[in-house]
Design a protein around this ligand. Structure first.
Ligand code: IFM
Length: 407
């Protein structure tokens, strides 16, 4: 039997754009219209149905919930802040608190106001100034009710998908431009970290806990040779740890927000910078089960990573971990095996404070649309009916007891 600490945070995560619907002033909305892929439309209508969705989270014994604020709702036009949208998010936070669910609030989860996008987005230095102004407006209003903040979700994914692979808006493929975005995002976090602390001091509130959510993967050498091992270790350092290193050096992290889903099997075809950065095994040399997007399921990788993070001497919250699948037994297997590895890491002295499953609801999976089903709760997009999955009920027992029984 594995028993987690009494005060462990148990819950799930969402992001505004993926569940709320009708985020008409966001850059993604515009991009969906122009590029003509699957549109987010009214998504899960969570903007309207949040109370009923939180009732479900409460009935599943969640004691924490990660959500994000849609910047484009708060500041639909440059410099024009919406009290109405702010009021809505305050209500959302209070709705969680009424249910004894601790809010963990993300300020930037991939999407931007359209006006920012039109002014060059995160490539421009001013983006940092704009972000800080938005943070100030939001944090001042919500500080009294929020202890945990995530400034920026998965900077490495945002940078790679939007500025290197060209898959997400603004569909740029340029290392040079991606570097500018990376620098600005890092600056934005460091400055927001200081600013949020300052606000809490001014308001005489206990210090908040601030981090980013870092996307991580387990980079595993396909063959036991120097080339693959070197590339795997290079990717771990560069993709998983580089930003955490920088932020930790600037003393701008109170905990590490960790998002973990999968493994990458690294097989270097030849020496070269591109190869070092991207080559993966194409031949399924070490097959494992996969999610419906074809990502390897590799719970051992989470243990390996957690051990690697020990050196930062910071608490860790798993701010995302989850699976898209039509096989709900596999979802449960996924949750169970990842929790088991978290427990094993804690036994080895890693200070894990919480686990948030991605996601509470099925939702809009960006350029992959609505097909991937990540939710603990199934959403019928025609009727907006919610159906709690069996895996959610099994997870709810762990949330309630803190006990992971041996299976
Ligand atoms: O849906 C995304 C989320 O927005 C960020 N982390 C990964 C999830 C699954 O791809």
């Amino acid at each position: 039997m594995m028993k987690f600490p009494q005060d462990f945070l148990w819950g799930s995560a969402t992001s505004a754009y993926q569940v709320e619907g009708d985020n008409v002033n966001s850059d993604w909305w515009q991009w969906e219209k122009e590029v003509g892929k699957e549109k987010s439309g009214s998504a899960c209508r969570h903007y309207e149905f949040y109370e009923q969705d939180f009732d479900l989270a409460q009935s599943l014994n969640h004691n924490s919930h990660r959500l994000s604020i849609e910047w484009a709702r708060i500041e639909p036009e440059q410099g024009k802040f919406s009290q109405e949208a702010l009021g809505h998010y305050l209500e959302v936070i209070l709705a969680l608190k009424r249910r004894n669910i601790e809010p963990i609030v993300t300020l930037h989860h991939f999407t931007n106001p359209r006006w920012l996008f039109e002014r060059g987005g995160w490539e421009e230095k001013e983006s940092v100034v704009y972000f800080l102004r938005y943070c100030d407006f939001v944090v001042r209003a919500l500080a009294k009710h929020v202890r945990y903040w995530i400034t920026i979700n998965e900077p490495t994914i945002y940078i790679s998908h939007a500025y290197i692979f060209g898959a997400w808006p603004p569909q740029v493929k340029s290392l040079f431009r991606s570097k500018k975005v990376q620098n600005n995002l890092i600056q934005a976090h460091i400055k927001a970290y200081r600013q949020i602390n300052k606000i809490y001091k001014e308001l005489n509130l206990a210090s908040p806990f601030i981090s980013i959510s870092q996307y991580t993967q387990s980079y595993v050498a396909c063959r036991n040779n120097f080339r693959d091992r070197f590339a795997a270790s290079f990717r771990n350092k560069y993709y998983n740890l580089a930003i955490i290193d920088t932020l930790a050096r600037h003393k701008a992290l109170d905990f590490i927000g960790l998002n973990y889903y999968s493994r990458q099997l690294v097989e270097l075809k030849r020496w070269g910078i591109g190869n070092l950065a991207w080559d993966v095994c194409q031949n399924s040399h070490h097959p494992v089960k996969k999610n419906s997007l074809g990502w390897d399921i590799y719970p051992q990788g989470l243990l390996d990573l957690l051990i690697k993070l020990k050196k930062y001497r910071l608490p860790i919250i798993i701010t995302e971990n989850g699976i898209c699948t039509s096989d709900d037994n596999l979802r449960w297997e996924y949750i169970y095996s990842h929790l088991r590895n978290i427990y094993l890491a804690m036994e080895k002295g890693v200070d894990v404070k919480g686990y948030l499953y991605w996601s509470l609801l099925d939702n809009f999976e960006w350029d992959k649309g609505f097909a991937p089903r990540f939710g603990l709760i199934e959403v019928d997009y025609n009727t907006q009916k919610r159906t709690v999955r069996d895996s959610a009920r099994k997870f709810s027992i762990i949330c309630k007891t803190g006990i992971l029984a041996n299976e």
